[in-house]
Design a protein around this ligand. Structure first.
Ligand code: P6P
Length: 342
């Protein structure tokens, strides 16, 4: 008769996994663990709406324009408020940064301030919602720099190398939460019948042999010479070109997730003809940097075309950046061609 502890079939919920991750951090007080629980709960609440987006008046736009000058989708607004309301009172955060808000969001005075900063894109790829294409929440967690009191801009402007944790929740054919606290990358799939994220992808590593590349080739004529040459390399122009399939969902979390599991590269370079976005479209703090953290934890790499994303010190909150992310050899090939050809 085997004992209960020997019985196979351990149930690894995300709560249990986060708690066990905490053991790698002897200085841990459990606050980051609790914060990650809060983010997982927000993911469950948001997921409950995304699967019903066509049914509960969640489709379409609110009629508002956000700080990025983009139409705010109803699901954007719901997700943004859900994350805020699950985190504003816990005493774990000193401030929040949302793609939807121009300035850092302070913790209400009636609640205590904590030691972390949560930066997030509530729904990235929200223009895809109405077409039932997967979208994602992307989040980054920094330790505050200032000692106490309300979080400051200094606390929010930190390079990706400082990240305490990062991850994304992908609302697709299933809902997945993928995160890292610096001890590898781990994926959990939501069991909607149980309402729990269960470990489905432990210790994710980007495969050595890439399978895909992801970019909006409709913009090829607007890219720099080096990026155009990188694209031609991926399309098989050179003898040593890899044989890759082109997959581009137009939803960063979905494209990143596929390339993380199957190997590949996603890139969103500068549109040289769009003078309004000289640094590209994607945001550094709550899109490129958290995904770069995951990519490097999984054995990959992320660059703005000339340097590692994780090394970039943000100057402004919603700073944009070009992004090349995924299998390290492919990202380094992009850097080489950009170095040679601009
Ligand atoms: P385009 C979504 O708006 C997003 O920020 C990313 O999720 C996605 O990869 C990219 O922009 C799509 O942009 O210009 O190809 O439609």
């Amino acid at each position: 008769m085997i004992t209960k502890t020997e019985e196979p079939g351990q149930i690894m919920t995300i709560e249990r996994h986060i708690l066990e991750e905490q053991r790698h951090h002897p200085e841990a007080t459990g606050v980051l663990t609790q914060l990650l629980y809060d983010i997982a709960l927000a993911g469950k609440v948001i997921a409950s709406r995304t699967v019903r987006a066509g049914l509960v008046e969640i489709l379409g736009q609110t009629g508002d324009i956000n700080v990025q000058g983009e139409m705010v989708q109803k699901l954007d607004r719901f997700a943004d408020l859900t994350i805020y309301r699950l985190n504003d009172h816990t005493g774990r955060l000193a401030a929040l940064v949302s793609e939807e808000d121009q300035y850092p969001i302070p913790i209400p005075e009636k609640y205590p301030c904590g030691k972390y900063i949560l930066l997030y894109d509530p729904i990235d790829g929200s223009s895809n919602i109405d077409y039932n294409i997967p979208v994602g929440t992307i989040f980054a967690v920094h330790r505050r720099i200032t000692a106490e009191g309300p979080g400051t801009l200094e606390d929010t402007l930190q390079p990706g190398n400082n990240l305490a944790a990062a991850g994304y929740i992908l609302y697709g054919s299933s809902t997945m939460l993928v995160y890292s606290t610096g001890q590898g990358v781990h994926g959990f799939t939501l069991d909607p019948q149980v309402g729990e994220f269960l470990l489905s992808h432990p210790n994710i590593r980007i495969p050595d042999k890439p399978a895909y590349f992801s970019a909006n080739l409709g913009y090829r004529s607007r890219w720099s010479e080096g990026v155009a040459r990188f694209t031609d390399y991926l399309l098989g122009a050179e003898a040593e070109s890899p044989r890759l399939s082109l997959r581009y969902v137009g939803s960063l979390a979905a494209d990143f997730h596929r390339n993380l599991l199957a190997g590949g590269v996603y890139y969103y370079p500068v549109d040289t003809k769009d003078s309004k976005k000289p640094q590209g479209k994607l945001r550094l703090a709550y899109e490129a940097a958290p995904l770069a953290f995951l990519a490097e934890q999984a054995g990959g790499y992320a660059s703005d075309g000339t340097r590692a994303i994780l090394e970039i010190q943000p100057e402004v909150l919603h700073q944009r950046t070009p992004l090349f992310i995924g299998s390290r050899p492919l990202v380094e090939k992009a850097e080489e061609l950009i170095r040679l050809h601009g």
